[in-house]
Design a binder for this molecule. Structure first.
Ligand SMILES: Nc1ncnc2c1ncn2[C@@H]1O[C@H](COP(=O)(O)OP(=O)(O)OP(=O)(O)O)[C@@H](O)[C@H]1O
Ligand SMILES: [Mg+2]
Length: 310
């Protein structure tokens, strides 16, 4: 099986704006690969170049062993795409959306009907087959877009924010389906703003910021390698006076990694016991203190520069 995605020095420019800069990436067959990054980081631009709907400005990009500059049609026939914005035909019925798509891929009527039925069942939409798309909820529409992306049994599926705006149950349902898809051999490339989603689903991921990849690794290695193991959060109003300098004083040698985040101060530490003891000894109210394991979100916040003007 060819390497699903190989990018070498790929960039994308819109006039003077650099949306993707010198991207080097190799996605392995059968893996679920994630792209994280703040708004405007260049995730969708990358997806669109891989999906052959947006030409690369420079570099070389091979998808399923084919050069995107010359073999876009062939690539499109072998991939599935879930775009960031739903682009379903709202005036068609649910099943018609899939049948029309099956037609694009050259499936005959009977095969198209069978595939449509299978996919509606796979995504839990069989009861809504005859309903107009505009009567579906946001989560159902997202499931339908995913079903539609699978019509041609793609080797590589591009999912641009597949679960944005969905409730936790709908999100878990999609995660379960994506895991099944991956175990059936498909390669998945997904973007998400949900760190938990990336942690649970992705074998490896990159964090992008301002058009560039900042880091690549497995979720576990990124968490272990980039931040201390624990975070003790203290709410600002739980501390008298200037909270940061007070905490520095209370924590002494354990105050090496403090971060102010909105209404909380985060203390990153490998020795949360010592931090908690010092807070208790100093009389900090227990209700203002919260201890947790470090997550991918901590890695993200550390690596990604805050937007200009903040
Ligand atoms: N068609 C376009 N024309 C001009 N600029 C564009 C176009 N598409 C994207 N951009 C710009 O390229 C940059 C990267 O955008 P992109 O959509 O790839 O970001 P993203 O990482 O997907 O962000 P989000 O998380 O908000 O979806 C942004 O500055 C955006 O304004
Ligand atoms: Mg995007």
């Amino acid at each position: 099986m060819p390497t699903p995605v190989v990018a070498q020095g790929v960039c994308k420019r819109f006039g003077d704006l650099v949306a993707v800069d010198s991207l080097d990436l190799e996605i392995e067959p059968g893996e679920c690969f994630g792209m994280l990054g703040p708004n405007g980081a260049g995730k969708s631009s990358t997806m669109r170049m891989i999906g052959c709907v947006s030409p690369i400005t420079c570099g070389r990009l091979d998808v399923l062993g084919c050069d995107v500059r010359t073999r876009g049609r062939e690539i499109k026939a072998r991939i599935g795409v879930v775009p960031q914005e739903d682009n379903l035909d709202a005036e068609l019925r649910v099943e018609e959306n899939l049948l029309v798509y099956a037609g694009y891929f050259g499936l005959r009527r009977r095969a198209a009907r069978r595939r449509t039925q299978e996919l509606l069942e796979f995504m839990g939409l069989e009861d809504r087959a005859a309903d107009l798309v505009r009567t579906l909820s946001g989560g159902m529409k997202r499931r339908l877009v995913i079903a539609r992306a699978l019509v041609n049994e793609p080797e590589l599926v591009l999912l641009d924010e597949p679960t944005t705006g969905l409730d936790p149950q709908a999100r878990h349902h999609i995660w379960e389906r994506l895991r099944l898809l991956r175990s059936s051999g498909a390669t998945l490339l997904l973007t998400t703003h949900y760190m938990e989603e990336a942690t649970h689903l992705c074998d490896r991921l990159v964090i992008m910021d301002r058009a560039r990849v900042r880091i690549l690794g497995t979720p576990r290695d990124l968490i272990r390698g980039q931040v201390p193991r624990h975070v003790v959060e203290v709410t600002r109003d739980g501390i008298d006076g200037d909270p940061v300098s007070r905490l520095m004083h209370i924590l002494g040698p354990h105050a090496t990694d403090l971060e102010s985040l909105g209404d909380r101060i985060q203390i990153h530490t490998d020795d949360s016991r010592a931090v908690l003891d010092r807070l208790a000894t100093a009389g900090v109210d227990d209700a203002a203190v919260f201890e947790r394991m470090a997550t991918l979100e901590d890695v993200f916040l550390r690596l990604v520069s805050p937007p200009e003007g903040t």
